[in-house]
Write a protein that binds this ligand. Structure first.
Ligand code: ZN
Length: 490
């Protein structure tokens, strides 16, 4: 499935909610400068930042372009929505109702609120999350995390680990602890990895109380933001918290029934697992649901990988970009698509480029990845080298309106242009609404005129590429800047 930069290609075989959509920062934020690396990547005591430290040659530099919003850590690139560094997730704490309830009742704990997957932001400031405290949330929180009944059998106690029963309560997810300010150091023997110091963060869905929430939100000086525009305009650290929270809330809200038997599911592990309710409330006369035994991937949050690639010609001086008919005028981006079962990154890269542009690709190298919470993708960026002497063709899967080879100097001039990665609200809307348009835009091969089956070869002008908040924008800039060894190794 094609998704050039968050594209969306029309493929009715896939659920609409899996269709990838683009995110672009609001026009006024395009030139926000990169965050200061010394504050966001300063090694602290936390285990997760220690892990970041273990990445070879830990050092940071900001991107060359102000709008890139990525950083280099040794050989690694950290993209927008990755937190840089994110919360310490302390996953092992999710199993303890005692610890989770302690976090819930901590007066400093911050809650990120979602209504229909839209974040609560400060009124008039779409990119500023309005975090709430427990006191501000009041009874909208529902019950605290539950524990096993005293008479529960030992082997069934785990079914109640930080559970939310009854299952009708609003989704609540423990995101982690902001331990960036922890005063100890990595070398200290006093580090308590079990209980890192810092502010706990949760994500909470409004659930059925949306109307009551609207009243409360107005009183607190907030409003419901836009999923993509708000996310793209956020400070880079908050964007990481938002990406995690949105993906988890969305997963909980959309998986209320057991795929195995259709019974309601309930939340446990502080929002990180969903069980069939027949596990705690067996149905008389019925066999236990098979999901209550063994390991089942539908019981855990999903991350769906999407491959997105910068395809270069044999000289490395040209890049293959495409566009869909419904995209904003002049916009071209990297080709992309879902990784299918049984495929490697390299397989998916080669298959998608062949399907969408008829181009065979030889060597492929992984570049970096990006969490993409719309709803829960992981964008996997690669570079690939096309074989010589091929002609672009668009008729194999009929997804693109056009695809062309573009020179480095042309792309450089677009990136340097004040409007080269600028998108208006109307542009956002085009990209967000494109799932419906696609069904009409994606004509069957027989319906296309012969001249539509090959590259337009310059008839359709390129004037814009994705911004640096999208990994497609990153891949293009990395190629133009020429700063990555992996490109030269192709
Ligand atoms: Zn079931």
């Amino acid at each position: 499935m094609n998704l050039a930069i968050k594209s969306v290609r029309v493929n009715l075989k896939r659920p609409i909610n899996q269709i990838y959509k683009p995110v672009f920062r609001a026009r006024r934020n395009i030139f926000i400068s990169s965050f200061p690396p010394t504050t966001t990547l300063n090694p602290t005591t936390a285990l997760h930042t220690k892990l970041l430290n273990s990445i070879s040659n830990f050092s940071t530099t900001t991107s060359k372009s102000k709008e890139q919003r990525s950083v280099y850590m040794g050989d690694n690139i950290v993209n927008f929505y990755a937190g840089q560094p994110p919360l310490n997730r302390v996953a092992f704490q999710r199993h303890s109702s005692e610890i989770m309830n302690r976090h819930l009742h901590n007066s400093e704990t911050k809650f990120l609120i979602f209504k229909e997957a839209r974040p609560l932001v400060k009124k008039g400031e779409t990119g500023k999350i309005l975090f709430l405290t427990k006191d501000q949330i009041g009874n909208q929180l529902g019950q605290e995390f539950g524990t096993a009944p005293v008479d529960a059998a030992t082997d069934s106690k785990k079914l109640y680990e930080t559970s939310r029963l009854p299952e009708t309560q609003p989704a609540l997810v423990f995101l982690g602890i902001d331990d960036r300010q922890s005063p100890t150091t990595n070398s200290s023997s006093k580090i308590d990895h079990q209980n890192p110091q810092g502010i706990p963060y949760f994500a909470l869905d409004t659930g059925k109380n949306a109307q009551e929430w609207d009243t409360k939100v107005a009183e607190l000086g907030g409003e419901w933001g836009d999923a993509r525009a708000s996310g793209g305009a956020m400070d880079i650290w908050e964007a990481g918290v938002y990406a995690q929270g949105r993906a988890l809330i969305d997963w909980n809200v959309r998986n209320k029934f057991c795929p195995a038997c259709g019974s309601p599911t309930y939340s446990l592990w502080a929002g990180w697992k969903r069980n069939c309710t027949t596990a705690v409330n067996p149905i008389e006369g019925k066999e236990p649901c098979f999901s209550t035994k063994g390991l089942h991937n539908f019981a855990y949050p999903r991350t769906d990988p999407v491959i997105i690639m910068g395809i270069l010609d044999s000289t490395g001086e040209k890049i293959l970009l495409g566009r869909q008919k419904s995209w904003p005028k002049g916009m071209y981006s990297c080709l992309a698509g879902f990784i299918e079962p049984g495929e490697t990154f390299e397989d998916a890269t080669r298959r998608e480029v062949l399907e969408e542009a008829g181009i065979e690709v030889g060597p492929v190298r992984y570049s970096s990845s990006q969490p993409w919470p719309f709803p829960s993708n992981l964008m996997v960026g690669t570079f690939g080298r096309a074989k010589d002497g091929q002609t672009i063709r668009l008729d194999l899967d009929n997804e693109l309106e056009d695809a062309q080879w573009f020179s480095k100097s042309l792309i450089q001039s677009i990136i340097s242009s004040p409007t080269g990665s600028t998108y208006t609200k109307a542009d956002y809307k085009k990209l967000d609404d494109k799932s419906d348009q696609e069904s009409s835009a994606a004509l069957a091969p027989s319906e296309k005129k012969p001249e539509e089956l090959v590259s337009k070869g310059g008839e359709i002008g390129i004037s814009r590429v994705p911004p640096g908040t999208a990994i497609a924008g990153q891949l293009i800039r990395q190629w133009v800047d020429g700063g990555l060894d992996l490109v030269s190794k192709l």
